[in-house]
Design a binder for this molecule. Sequence first.
Ligand code: SF4
Length: 498
Amino acid sequence: MGRPDETAFTHPEMDHPDGDHPHEECGVFGVWGAADASALTALGLHALQHRGQEASGIVSFDGEKFHNHRGLGLVGDNFSDARVIAALPGRAAIGHNRYATTGDTVLRNVQPLYADFEFGGLAVGHNGNLTNAMALRRALVRRGCLFQSTTDSEVFVHLIAISLYSTVVDRLIDALKQVQGAYSLVSLTGEALIGVRDPFGVRPLILGRLPTPAKDGGWVLASETCALDIVGAEFVRDIEPGEIVVIDDSGVRSIKPWAKQPSRFCIFEYIYFARPDSIVEGTPVYEVRKRIGAELARESHPDADVIVPVPDSGVPAAIGYAAEAGLPFELGIIRNHYVGRTFIEPTDSIRNLGVKLKHSANRALIEGKRVVLVDDSIVRGTTSRKIVEMVRAAGAAEVHMRISSPPTTHSCFYGIDTPEREKLLAARNDVDAMARIIGVDSLAFISIDGLYRAVGADNRDPKRPQFCDACFTGDYPIPLTDFAAATNDRQLSLLAEG
Ligand code: SF4
């Protein structure tokens, strides 16, 4: 609103001063059959704000026409004005929160994407990342398709447009069979709300039902259960990996166009991405995080006086760790939730103060103590180092760090924004070297086996639920077609350079 279309934009709340966490991906939400569908969608997007803070959008259908509003920034920036919601009438709507994993943060990349087809309008919101989008895009451009955005998600629109099948659902299946990667989709046509989860089920998607009669008993699709709670909807079930649900006034129809294969749900959703009050794949996220902390304490526990979480994401694991270790849990680091856009930092000394904008040490709880800091992940290590310096400056006698994920040694290509591999601290250093760089007396990560025990799965038993754990193991379940082609191109150009 009021910002020029093509101006790249960073919102203060997503201007992460740290590179020590992967960034969340996207959140999707959809409603069918409720009088105030757009207002419910705005509420759902609020609950999913942690999954994307760069932009948000809603498309509604009023029985005759589609309406849409998309904007850069937080949901509150775009949908607080009642007039905006009033301009999105209808009993069906879909919404999307974006964190850019591909494409710039400009208005034309904000979802839901919308297009007019020969069969009518279709809007789509995508959580995930396609691994062959560049290859498909090049082929589509050669066939004359004109792309309006730089997002991977737009290939869905063009593949649907050129499909020779007649029904929307058959065209969608035709398109899905050509893409590779991770996708949980919500799509809205004049006839139905459609939800899709990729065959590996990498990203979450759930079905809920609004109460009858207050909200007409309408249906809801959402990335997480926390978005059902905010609109008063009941959880019905997870959309299964490889399932398409078509929701209209006659109910929910399920289509499974792919042969069943083992699920590879993103294990990082449990560690960090999902909101702690969400129930993911039938398991409460908060409980899993506490169990991970307890496993971590069983695996590696130094002599210490106090367990301190790196807030906010390290809190549940630290609670589990402290309970297992039998040590006090204290909020020895306080997080400032009201940090605005980091001001321009003119000198190194001012820049080094930057971390204190977001975190400060609670000296009374730390001074003279042997402290175990618990955090969920280390990506680049920059913020960890600054936090350790801060805790030492507050008088800690010893600083140990325990991480509730295994070392992040590989980049994610399935919808999570991680730096390229060379920038990952764990890709270049063993744990001892990382401890020296971060400046701790000791450092340990939960083992991959310990992580699987905490989520209640066995990573060596092919019959039990499996997860994607590629950022810890390099075992990518879905081909990295574009990445492999780019690597090949780079190698060819190096060879050409001699
Ligand atoms: S690579 Fe890591 S972050 Fe990406 S989907 Fe797999 S487990 Fe999740």
